[in-house]
Design a protein around this ligand. Sequence first.
Ligand code: MG
Ligand code: MG
Ligand code: MG
Length: 310
Amino acid sequence: MEKIVDETLVFGHKNPDTDSIMSSMVMANLENQLGNNARAVRLGNINKETEYVFNYLGIEKPEYIADIEDGQNVILVDHNEATQSADNLANAKVEKVVDHHTMNFVAPYQLYYRAEPVGCTATVLYKMYKEYDVEITKNIATMMLSAIVSDTLLFKSPTCTPEDKVIAEKLAKIAEVDITTYGTALLKAGTDLSEYTPEQIINIDSKLFEKDGKRFKIAQVNTADLDSIFKDKVYFEAAINDEIKKNNLDLYMFAATDILNSNSKIISLGNDSNVVEKAYGVTLDNNTALLENIVSRKKQMLPGILENLG
Ligand code: MG
Ligand code: MG
Ligand code: MG
């Protein structure tokens, strides 16, 4: 069937974080400025941290979509793995990918693929705006800055590069905000878990990975108070065991990341739960362990599991 509207949908990963939401909107705007018909959509709920940006700017959220149609033109931002994307991605036409993750993407056709080893998709997008000479408005700058602050934990994550920091400083000038004040408020908004059940908390930011037929999830949540999360440990364990059954997982690691002290405390469950012991040089005590100086899923948590699983 011929499509009536030749529109490209731009989206980030499932369980979207601030970078996925902001970068989809920033990318859609870039496409629009270049004369292309593109629109940002989202594959999941907006978390509290991202909500802070929408409240701050007073702008509309992208529409939620459950899946995409066959033949839909799409642009992926902040992800490239099919397991983290729209279910029907294999039948879509991917026009572009703009990302900062390990590449696990194949398409039997040509496309624009850009991934840089930086801390945030918005950092790459900033450079694209400059290359295309498209204006970065105050709102767009605030959106990009929010994404960088979120992904780099206000520059404290080992994923943060000098380029992320330099660009964030330029964006803060355009956005007319003090980075530390704005960034701290943004991250703090994301640690408010008071309205969520343990089952919801483990799904705010969880990513599914596959290796040699093994399936595992790493879920992460930011907190300023580890104790308040771990007092509900048994409820988290029940929710995690449910997820393991439902999704046929070999391992589920839930990491609560203390953004003040830059540590993460984990709960590890599943048949391969003890992989984390080798991966991080720790001993599980009642399914939990403290990972000192570990805050990044992409750069610190994931590689350890990939090396030791299977
Ligand atoms: Mg992301
Ligand atoms: Mg990102
Ligand atoms: Mg993240």
